[in-house]
Design a protein around this ligand. Structure first.
Ligand code: ASP
Length: 327
């Protein structure tokens, strides 16, 4: 059966983004994704300029509630909020001090009582962000929940690929490493698949994850076969904080079979793009020479695109409350 044609351009008369929250890629139509990427595109030059300021969120309060550690995502949301003129407050809670159930809901009600205009949440439990979103009066943006979703990461990855390759449809993208524990992989499988890329999950059998079959990707347990002819190779970190047992014999052996080296990358297309969401573990999933290869590595560009994507999302999600016409 031939698949239906890809509808990635906003159909006439359709609202570009009818959602109150951004909880995951799963809820987005292909044209909503493309439209968000177009919005983000507009912030790239602003961020490259001297005065990176637009006051459309002036007077609005953004709370970044991070129940799990983060460096780049938290900083990226903070910078994005400040560049849009919002008052940004960061709440970071060590995972160990947070309890599930009532405590989480109590925290949500506490945050809500302070009248934020938008809340960005990262949490170690899959589904926790949705739970909070149901209890608060403002839009909620998921900055990573357990192994479930990390939508702004997938959007920034897509923006990076689209700018470097000129398209997403038809590209072969190999996502390699600890798929089992990765929300980045899950959001990317859905986004890239929905925009017409051929997506591969490349991992040792212990780290593939039982749900990947449902996500429409081709599974490879042999790294060389998985990289063969790839346009984009996205490496993932071994997420030890989510592992309860030994999933790999040793990091040395893991690098031997699944580490990305220049020799191994030769199986991919000559103009392959190398990506990594960070934080990188050099010598574990990626060799330093590949990570720092400026011709092929887009890792710094991913960080740059992250700020633009988050500015776009903060702008879009607050349009209704700001009374922007049509929203
Ligand atoms: N920074 C990404 C995340 O929060 C990837 C990682 O932690 O390895 O999921």
């Amino acid at each position: 059966m031939t698949p239906p044609p890809l509808q990635s351009v906003l159909p006439e008369g359709v609202h570009p983004f009818p959602h109150r929250h951004l909880l995951g890629i799963a809820e987005l139509k292909p044209w909503e994704i493309t439209w968000l990427l177009d919005q983000a595109e507009g912030w790239i030059e602003v961020n490259r300029g001297l005065r990176k300021r637009d006051d459309r969120l002036a007077g609005l309060t953004l709370i970044n509630a991070f129940f799990e550690n983060s460096t780049r995502t938290l900083l990226s949301f903070e910078i994005a909020g400040k560049r849009l003129g919002a008052d940004v407050v960061n709440m970071t809670v060590a995972a160990s001090s947070v309890k599930k159930g009532e405590t989480l809901l109590d925290t949500a009600l506490t945050l809500n009582a302070m009248h934020p205009d938008i809340i960005v949440i990262r949490h170690g439990e899959s589904g926790a962000v949705q739970l909070i979103a149901e209890k608060v009066d403002c839009p909620v943006l998921n900055a990573g929940d357990g192994r479930h979703e990390h939508p702004t990461q997938a959007l920034l990855d897509a923006l990076t690929i689209r700018r470097r390759k000129g398209r997403i449809e038809g590209l072969t993208v190999a996502i390699c490493g600890d798929i089992l524990h990765s929300r980045v992989a899950r959001s990317n499988f859905q986004l890239l698949g929905s925009l017409g890329a051929k997506v591969r999950a490349v991992a040792p059998p212990t780290l593939v994850g039982a749900d990947v079959d449902r996500l429409g990707v081709d599974v490879y347990t042999d790294m060389d076969a998985g990289l063969d002819g790839a346009d984009v190779v996205m490496m993932l970190r071994l997420q030890r904080e989510r592992m309860s047992g030994a999933y790999v014999p040793s990091t040395r052996e893991y690098f031997h079979f699944y580490g990305l080296t220049a020799a191994r990358l030769a199986a991919a297309k000559p103009d392959v793009l190398v990506m990594h969401p960070g934080p990188m573990n050099r010598g574990v999933e990626i060799d330093t020479a590949v990570a720092d290869d400026i011709a092929r590595s887009a890792i710094s560009e991913q960080v740059e695109m992250g700020v633009a994507v988050r500015m776009a999302c903060l702008d879009v999600l607050t349009r209704r409350s700001r009374g922007v016409p049509g929203w």
